[in-house]
Design a protein around this ligand. Structure first.
Ligand SMILES: [Zn+2]
Length: 334
């Protein structure tokens, strides 16, 4: 039962097969959007390779010391290589250091495994350095990369990995999963599933973090207020964010990403009434906006939000970015 990774049966069966037949590859690449379960899948694979109480059908027990150590990321033969805190990319020095570890014999198991999440964040130098490990892999080493998409990596890297592509589940599937496997109440499960856009990891993140859920709600309420406000109030809103010290780059990224889901919903409602919305609790207002604002304008707003996120990523002054965004927001009367 423990693999139990929603919606990724083909990838799960594939990895189980590798573990079962002892035919592991030297490198895997798991791709898919954030929160879709890439790291969970990688960990489940590592557990299967190492569980001391492996059950029928390659099900790891999830309870032995090894399984727990892997879950908590303190198993001696497994390391994680992540972007350092405060940094935007994975550096060449980190790869070189990892390669020294990878070359050592495993400490207590059959493999020495390194998981490198979000390899699309690697610098060109780091990518080229990793190629060495892929071309001449140490005999007992397994590398597991994750990335948003295969296309984000050098072709020379992805072509040397077994690529497993994960897709988001449907909102309905996530909802069922939250109710049946996680015991979450129906209404809460429905809401979180919608917000997650079908990404289980994101859904579980929302479930465990009420503060995040509240902040998300607040961001949408703010957006509706801003749309009905004139420029002066909009600028005052930014001023207040500054005063509340809520004006960090991360907070602005969060705000704008949240607003983006709202505008995507508006676009969806313009085109169809069938596709479920992310922000289902705001459906009335979104429907209204879809009626009031022309699709070309919604499209323009979407592009501006995406551009703003890009600017924040490129270290443009957050206040300028958000003020510019609010300047171009249409004025709406609900
Ligand atoms: Zn176990």
């Amino acid at each position: 039962m423990h693999w139990n990774i929603l919606g990724h049966e083909p990838a799960v069966n594939y990895l189980k097969n590798h573990a079962n037949l002892g035919k592991t590859r030297h490198a895997y690449l798991i791709t898919g959007p954030d929160g879709v379960g890439r790291e969970s899948l990688a960990k489940a694979f590592v557990k299967t390779l190492n569980c001391t109480n492996l059950q029928a059908n390659q099900e790891f027990c999830g309870e032995c010391l090894t399984c727990r150590q892997i879950e908590e990321e303190r198993f001696p033969d497994l390391s994680f290589l992540r972007v350092a805190e405060g940094s935007k990319d994975l550096k060449i020095d980190q790869i070189r250091e990892m390669q020294q570890t990878l070359a050592l014999a495993p400490y207590q198991s059959n493999y020495r495994i390194v998981i490198i999440p979000d390899f699309q964040k690697a610098t060109m130098g780091a990518s080229n350095a990793l190629l060495k490990s892929l071309e001449e892999p140490p005999s007992k080493a397994i590398l597991i990369l994750t990335a948003d998409a295969k296309e984000s990596l050098l072709e020379t890297i992805s072509s040397r990995c077994e690529v497993l592509r994960l897709r988001p589940s449907t909102v309905e599937e996530v909802k069922e999963y939250l109710i049946e496997e996680k015991g979450i109440a129906l209404l809460r499960a429905a809401r979180i599933a919608h917000l997650s856009g079908g990404r289980v990891g994101t859904a579980l993140g929302f479930d465990q973090n009420q503060e995040l859920l509240d902040a998300y709600d607040q961001a949408l309420t703010d957006l509706e207020y801003l749309m009905t406000s004139r420029l002066r109030e909009r600028l005052q809103y930014v001023e207040k964010l500054q005063q509340r010290k809520a004006a960090s780059r991360e907070h602005f990224v969060f705000l704008i990403s949240t607003w983006l889901t709202y505008w995507r919903d508006a676009m969806i409602r313009r085109e169809s009434t069938q596709i479920p919305l992310v922000n289902i609790e705001h459906e009335d207002q979104i429907l209204e906006i879809a009626k009031l604002i022309r699709p070309q304008i919604i499209e323009r707003i979407l592009k501006e939000h995406e551009k703003a996120l890009g600017q924040l990523d490129a270290n443009v002054n957050p206040r300028l970015v958000i003020e510019n965004l609010l300047l171009h927001l249409p004025l709406v009367k609900f």
